[in-house]
Write a protein that binds this ligand. Structure first.
Ligand code: UDP
Length: 403
């Protein structure tokens, strides 16, 4: 029996009762098995955020786990960002040269990576074509992190050729499941309550972050943390803030950064800066990728946290804020809808005006806001912590490896 694992034991009093014991029980069946995760970036975005925390814990559970990153070219990242947009339903032309680059880069990476693990977990479309390296004795799973409920058909048809050769696929929501002849698993992503991003902070630590960015402490803060990506709708956030600002004095913080596999970030950031230019109460923070304490402090300082996405695979930032006892107002899309229970843990909204209305409601009703934040934290504890996520992964592995 795997017992008293150092890091894992620190979750015992945070995760719901029984979670750790279940995790150890599942891990017993997978002892000494090997697992390889592959994605396309070590920094930026939710997938990298989770993998950094998962890899050491898988190893602590006795599963020999590695993490590899594929390396691309500018055209490759342009292509896969195009795939990302098209799979999330936006029209995005992909030329035949781009499809060729996608295949070429995957082939190049496939010559460099050691695929000898028993289970290979491929994250998102970028490395999906590595499946050509699958050998009979190993099992391969494709983990989709994006909202693929209404994909552009042509791009999905291309990708489906690869995905259908896997032994299974994991989606974050039932509505993202596809017509495929392979088993499909539903696994919600998760946050780590003990990471720098989410751990408790002292008021002094929080204040020093606000001071560092010259953010006033005497006005309510509306905060959205997101990569500068159109699907996160930062311009819509600024519009909503402007409506609110006519009635409530407040500040808006848009904190973001870029991911190494996202070539569009710079352009979106420029548009956001232009839109915010003349308002000294809007703070646009382009943060380096290791700004975990800073993001933690900003989320904790917020009166209201937004995630006004127009498409969202899951939206870890929602769970991160909920864990900090904040009511979240989010776009009524994808994974946000399973995290926010309307009127209980926050509000989902469909428009700029709706978003502004709910921000004002929460700013004007601090007691309601506090109670919603408390429920949000408990809901996150039960559903969106790393310990539950690891249990789900292990159960999936047991099923796929037929143990
Ligand atoms: N994040 C960050 N720095 C930033 C922007 C985002 O560390 O400048 C983190 C954020 O806190 C969250 C993750 O990146 O943990 C984003 O995950 P999410 O699922 O919200 O969105 P994605 O970027 O994967 O679409």
């Amino acid at each position: 029996m795997i017992k008293h694992k150092k890091t894992l034991e620190s979750y015992r009093n945070i995760a719901p009762p029984g979670t750790l014991d279940l995790l150890y029980k599942l891990a017993e069946r997978l002892k000494k098995r090997s697992l390889l995760h592959i994605n396309s970036t070590r920094l930026g975005g939710g997938v990298a955020e989770m993998l950094h925390r998962h890899i050491p814990l898988f190893n602590e559970l006795g599963i020999d786990t590695r993490w590899e990153i594929i390396e691309g070219s500018p055209l490759f990242y342009q292509t896969t960002k195009g795939f990302h947009n098209a799979l999330q339903g936006q029209f995005h032309p992909i030329t035949s040269q781009m499809y060729e680059e996608y295949t070429k880069i995957n082939q190049r990476n496939s010559r460099k990576i050691d695929f000898s693990s028993e289970l290979v977990l491929i994250h998102d479309p970028q490395p999906a074509a590595l499946i050509s390296k699958k050998r009979k004795k190993s099992k391969w799973i494709w983990r989709c992190h994006i909202d693929i409920s209404r994909p552009q058909r042509r791009v999905w048809r291309f990708l489906r050729e690869y995905v259908s050769r896997y032994d299974g696929a994991i989606f974050s929501l039932p509505s993202f499941a596809q017509k495929l002849d392979i088993p499909q698993f539903l696994i919600y992503p998760s946050i780590d309550p003990l990471s720098d991003k989410n751990k408790e902070l002292s008021q002094q630590e929080i204040n020093s972050v606000l001071e560092k960015y010259h953010i006033p402490k005497d006005k309510p803060l509306i905060v959205q943390v997101s990569r500068f990506d159109r699907f996160k709708d930062p311009l819509g956030v600024i519009e909503a803030y402007r409506i609110v600002k006519e009635y409530n004095d407040c500040c808006l913080v848009l904190a973001g950064g870029s991911a190494t596999d996202d070539p569009e970030g710079e352009e979106v950031l420029k548009q956001v800066k232009d839109a915010a230019s003349k308002d000294k109460d809007i703070f646009i923070l382009d943060l380096p990728p290791d700004s975990n304490i800073e993001i933690n402090a900003l989320q904790r300082s917020a009166s209201v946290v937004l995630q006004k996405s127009t498409k969202e695979g899951f939206g870890l930032t929602v769970a991160e804020a909920m864990w900090k006892g904040k009511p979240v107002i989010g776009g009524a899309v994808g994974g946000i809808t399973v995290q926010i229970i309307y009127g209980e843990t926050g509000f989902t909204v469909n428009s700029v005006e709706g978003c502004a209305y709910r921000i004002r409601y929460l700013l004007n009703n601090p007691e309601v806001s506090r109670r919603m934040g408390e429920k949000a934290k408990e809901y996150t504890r039960r559903n969106f912590l790393i310990t539950r996520h690891l249990c789900d992964y292990l159960a999936m592995m047991i099923s796929v490896l037929k143990l």
